[in-house]
Design a protein around this ligand. Sequence first.
Ligand code: ATP
Ligand code: MG
Length: 393
Amino acid sequence: MARKESSLDRVLGRIESLDVTNLANLAQKLARERAYLETIFNTTLEGILVVDEDGVVEYANESSCRMIGFNQADVGSAVLWRLIPSLRGSLGLLDGEPLRDSIRSRELELTYPEPRYARIYILPFKEPVEEGAKQFVVMLSDITRDKISSEENLESEKIASILLLAAGVAHELGNPLNSLTIHLQLMERQLKKLEATPSTEKLADSLQISRGEVERLDGIVKNFLEAIRPQRPDLQLLNLHEVLEEVLQFVRSELTDREISVEVEVDMGTSSELPIVQADKNQLKQVFFNLIKNAMEAMQPGGSLQVKTRSDEERIFLQFGDTGSGIQQADLPRVFEPYHTTKEDGNGLGLMIVQRIMREHGGHVGIDSQPGDGTVVTLDFPKENRRIRMLEG
Ligand SMILES: Nc1ncnc2c1ncn2[C@@H]1O[C@H](COP(=O)(O)OP(=O)(O)OP(=O)(O)O)[C@@H](O)[C@H]1O
Ligand SMILES: [Mg+2]
């Protein structure tokens, strides 16, 4: 609990011996310092809140009030879970369950006072201000613009549809080209039956050129179709566990080599539903593979990878927990950035790809980490099974 002693600490240390004037001076000094810090907190664009382990808000800066429609008068009584309703489910906290000590990061859709996307970080205080009371800093970053621009990158989707159109046109060109070839052949045959004259020779030359050109066109069309063969996401209803099993099969020998054990646990609540989502299988495999690879790379022999499934009304959660090195608090906000890596031979692209694919599927990625003890990555997917049930019923 060692802390550097400031001049303020020294004065506070002998507070009992201060006379009225000195006390008044001290109070003024404290008020100034408080105003100074508050100005700093209110100037940042990030929302900053302090909550206790039950989520009761103890402090909120101006940006956070703006972002979640919080009223300063509610400090001390408002609960974070009520202000951001989707948060508790995404953290996996049961009713009345307190916040634990890990550092956490989640992407959320805020609906009130206006629709926005935010990434939220929850960081435990290293030294609680009050003895026994656990406190957490909650930081909110508005990522609406970021997310919209990454959706614009899905621009590629637009491009894909234009390509599809072009592919259709190219494909349609195939038929007239075929018929041109046939007719040119017929003309050639007819021409051969005629007596050779300078004009039939000229005609034969022209026909040959035409056939050559038609063949060239045919080649262009074929190459074009080959080059743009659509690679759009191929959405289908998938059981997350079946896809997970396929990826685990694929990495099984590496897991064994590294002496890492794997446990898969399903808890879909009281219902007997299957973890079914609508997704592109290859992309989903890419997500799982990247997370398992990160977990493996973070662990020593003897480590354990635990995959758990749970669900609430609207979403299915899939968690990848490892007993690896964990992520340092300072690194947490950077893990989704392209090229951010702490590994000698890392590219720093894995989690960015995971985030991109999850967003394309209407889902999110969250991270909880206990530096030194391990990391849990949580994926959440929109539920699809209701739709299926309706179709079946
Ligand atoms: N399970 C984990 N445990 C500890 N640190 C992790 C974990 N997952 C990610 N990280 C941290 O986040 C960083 C970024 O991860 P990311 O997968 O994006 O890139 P990378 O693994 O470094 O490289 P690659 O492109 O090969 O995946 C990692 O370098 C590592 O520091
Ligand atoms: Mg990686």
